[in-house]
Design a protein around this ligand. Structure first.
Ligand SMILES: *Cc1c(COP(=O)(O)O)cnc(C)c1O
Length: 367
């Protein structure tokens, strides 16, 4: 008897929902991958079967994200958090400055690491406004001599997202795109480096994607431990040591799913429609739900909101949980509620959440 699987409405911030089609394909291939008689997890990372998986994933990334020829694609470990350290280690010399645009907790973590190696400074910060917005481009004041400018494209905790990136000309622009990579197309050529932990929009945790322009590599500090130099993994196609093979396989399958469901343009359109359902529930609530982010800075990936009181928030979260919604608690540092609507979160889940919000308001609102 075939048992029907009930998939949860998963709004987790990360690790987060994966496409059902990808999970089912992985399940089907789990014990015998492409007639090897083994799981991908059991293949040697030096075998042709694994190398095909690895190179297919890189090729899909280059094609889907339109990565120009003069960039390298790397699969690293240590999460986006290790990139906070590796970037200044490689590209910030003692006494040299680098500009950080402060848009949330992840920017704070990034600048903290840079202070260990050079002189990072805040190009702009919206901390006083509780990070409810992204600075305007004309608020960004930096110096031509900066080693690089660092931005966080989507602020997972506060629910804000850059709509337009600065043109930093000859100063390398580096972006942490952990929570909105591949949610829409981006002009990669504006950036010297893009990085992202895989576990929000690309696959399971354990893989960190780095896209890096070749000329930036030439400026890297050579006196670093082997595993902390980008050059090491560039030279060996991310196979210097054992890569997270199963995670890279899953990432490749997530990219295949994006291709098969219409590419990045279709993904972006679905993301807009999904987020709109929930933002509409907020905007049409007469102030019962209050969005944290200013309209112009709203994220299509993490939707943050509050209710009129903490008691109502508790009630909302507990009734939502009972109704089958998972992951709606705000980050432990800010409280409130957050719905993460990454690529793999289905439209139906967002529709169900918006209906739940409207119903909850009807039952608990004052009007
Ligand atoms: C989740 C997240 C991180 C941390 O990623 P790890 O892979 O856990 O180190 C960093 N930056 C942003 C924007 C994130 O959303």
């Amino acid at each position: 008897m075939k048992h029907t699987i009930q998939r949860t409405y998963n709004f987790n911030a990360g690790p987060s929902a994966l496409p059902l089609a990808v999970l089912e394909k992985a399940q089907q291939e789990l014990v015998d991958f492409r007639e090897t008689g083994m799981s991908v997890m059991e293949l040697s990372h030096r075998s042709p079967a694994y190398e095909a998986v690895h190179n297919e994933a890189i090729k899909r990334l280059k094609d889907l994200f339109a990565i120009p020829e003069n960039y390298e694609v790397l699969f690293l470990q240590g999460g986006a958090s290790l990139q906070f350290s590796m970037i200044p280690m490689n590209f910030l010399q003692p006494g040299q400055k680098a500009g950080y645009v402060m848009t949330g907790s992840w920017s704070e973590k990034a600048i903290t690491e840079a202070k260990l190696f050079g002189e990072p400074y805040e190009v702009a910060s919206t901390k006083e406004a509780k990070y409810c917005r992204i600075p305007e481009l004309n608020e960004l004041q930096y110096n031509d001599s900066d080693a690089y400018i660092h931005v966080t494209s989507n602020n997972t905790i506060y629910g804000t997202q850059w709509q337009e990136f600065p043109d930093t000309a000859d100063i390398p622009l580096i972006a942490d795109m952990s929570s909105d990579i591949m949610s829409k197309s981006v002009d990669v050529s504006k950036f010297a480096m893009i990085y992202a932990g895989a576990q929000k929009n690309l696959g399971p945790s354990g893989v960190t994607l780095v896209i890096i322009r070749k000329d930036l590599l030439e400026k890297a500090n050579g006196k670093l431990p082997t595993m902390l130099k980008y050059g090491t993994q560039v030279k060996s196609n991310s196979l210097y040591n054992t890569p997270p093979t199963f995670g890279i396989y899953m990432l490749g399958e997530v990219l295949r799913w994006i291709e098969e469901t219409g590419g990045l343009e279709a993904v972006a359109q679905r993301n807009e429609e999904k987020a709109k359902l929930i933002y509409d529930a907020i905007d049409n609530s007469n102030g019962f739900y209050v969005g944290h982010a200013e309209h112009a800075s709203r994220s299509l990936m993490n939707i943050t909101f509050n209710l009129p009181s903490e008691d109502l928030e508790k009630k909302f979260l507990s009734e939502a949980k009972e109704a089958g919604f998972v992951g709606l608690n705000g980050h432990r540092s800010v409280g409130g509620c957050r719905a993460s609507t990454y690529n793999a979160v289905p439209y139906e889940a967002c529709k169900a959440l918006s209906e739940f919000m409207i119903e909850f308001q009807r039952e608990n609102g004052v009007n």
